[in-house]
Design a protein around this ligand. Structure first.
Ligand SMILES: NC(=O)C1=CN([C@@H]2O[C@H](COP(=O)(O)OP(=O)(O)OC[C@H]3O[C@@H](n4cnc5c(N)ncnc54)[C@H](O)[C@@H]3O)[C@@H](O)[C@H]2O)C=CC1
Ligand SMILES: Nc1nc(=O)c2c([nH]1)NC[C@@H]1CN(c3ccc(C(=O)N[C@@H](CCC(=O)O)C(=O)O)cc3)CN21
Length: 270
């Protein structure tokens, strides 16, 4: 390591990191072989997969000793009884935290049309014994107004233990978001959602779909930096995570959207 690098890293504390995975075939084996045993893994719930795949992968990963956080998508849960059964399975597997999210499913499968009603039932059924994460949107949401997002966060805050942000590419936007929350009296720890090393084309198509295109444009407009981040075949998160770690009020940790690319990645404990 050169002296310049040492100087540049001085005072930089590495933020704790969690890794989000998609429950595709083979991902459990990949996690076992690629990730340190104590890693915290969060497991997405995609509309076309259903909650069953999220739970099956989560239970399997917990069996391997990982600290696991299943995503419970409100619109994919068929009934309060199904929710109670999922929570029993979590408890039996030693899973201590879940992520309560509305989910992208167009049609609501049961009684929960948003994460607001879901989080209340999770808290009630578990008797407050589970930690719960909720989503935050530093760049807003393509279909939900800022006011609605803030009202939604306020109503969930008393049941929630952390906010995990939507994928974002700008430390400045994350910082602004955290200070907005604080000025609104929301004091929950904020974990910054950061894309892992992902093929550039995949990132661009997904970012457009989920409404985070503007911060991608933000980095692509940053001249040499933008080119460095997006000009190769893969996006690289290192620059962003380094910037986040030196913010005046840094996030509580990094939530890494891995896109199931687990190779060459060793998270620090969360
Ligand atoms: N940030 C993330 O990691 C993920 C985000 N999502 C997306 O985020 C959305 C929001 O999820 P949550 O933050 O849990 O909020 P939510 O789905 O619980 O909704 C928050 C508030 O906005 C309203 N709302 C929801 N969808 C709306 C729409 N299409 N038009 C108008 N109002 C709407 C709800 O009624 C509620 O009052 C999901 O539906 C999905 O599109 C999905 C998976 C992961
Ligand atoms: N609106 C929204 N929905 C989400 O599901 C979501 C967000 N936002 N923000 C952050 C993360 C990122 N997520 C994802 C979801 C899917 C892929 C993905 O690679 N999907 C594959 C299909 C996988 C499969 O079906 O097996 C793809 O090719 O699109 C990546 C990141 C999930 N999360």
């Amino acid at each position: 390591m050169s002296e310049d690098t040492v100087a540049a890293n001085a005072g930089r504390e590495e933020l704790p990191t969690r890794v989000e995975i998609i429950p595709t075939a083979g991902i459990v084996d990949a996690a076992v072989s690629e990730l340190p045993a104590a890693s915290t893994l969060t497991v997405t719930c995609l509309p076309h997969h259903g909650i069953e795949r999220t739970m099956a992968a989560s239970l399997e990963l917990a069996g391997h000793g990982f600290d696991v956080v299943p995503h419970l998508a409100a619109r994919s849960i068929g009934s309060r009884e199904q929710l109670a059964s999922l929570l029993r399975d979590c408890h039996a597997a030693g899973i201590a935290e879940v992520f309560a999210i509305g989910g992208d499913k167009a049609q609501t499968a049961g009684p929960y049309d948003s994460s607001e009603s879901l989080i209340r039932d999770i808290a009630e059924i578990s008797g407050g014994a589970l930690r719960i994460g909720v989503a935050g949107y530093p760049e807003g949401h393509p279909a939900i107004s800022q006011q609605q997002l803030l009202d939604s966060l306020r109503s969930k805050a008393e049941f929630a233990d952390r906010i995990v942000t939507q994928m974002c590419f700008s430390a400045e936007l994350i910082e602004r978001y955290i200070s907005m929350l604080r000025s609104e009296g929301i004091t929950l720890p904020v974990w910054a959602g950061v894309a892992g090393s992902v093929p550039r084309t995949k990132l661009i198509s997904l970012a457009t779909k989920i409404g985070v295109g503007s911060s991608l444009r933000f980095i692509s407009g940053k001249g040499a930096l933008g080119l460095r981040l997006l000009g190769g075949t893969h996006y690289r998160p290192e620059e962003l995570t380094a910037d986040l770690s030196v913010l005046g009020t840094p996030p509580a940790g990094i939530h890494l959207y891995s896109f199931n690319n687990l190779r060459n990645f060793a998270p620090s404990p969360a």
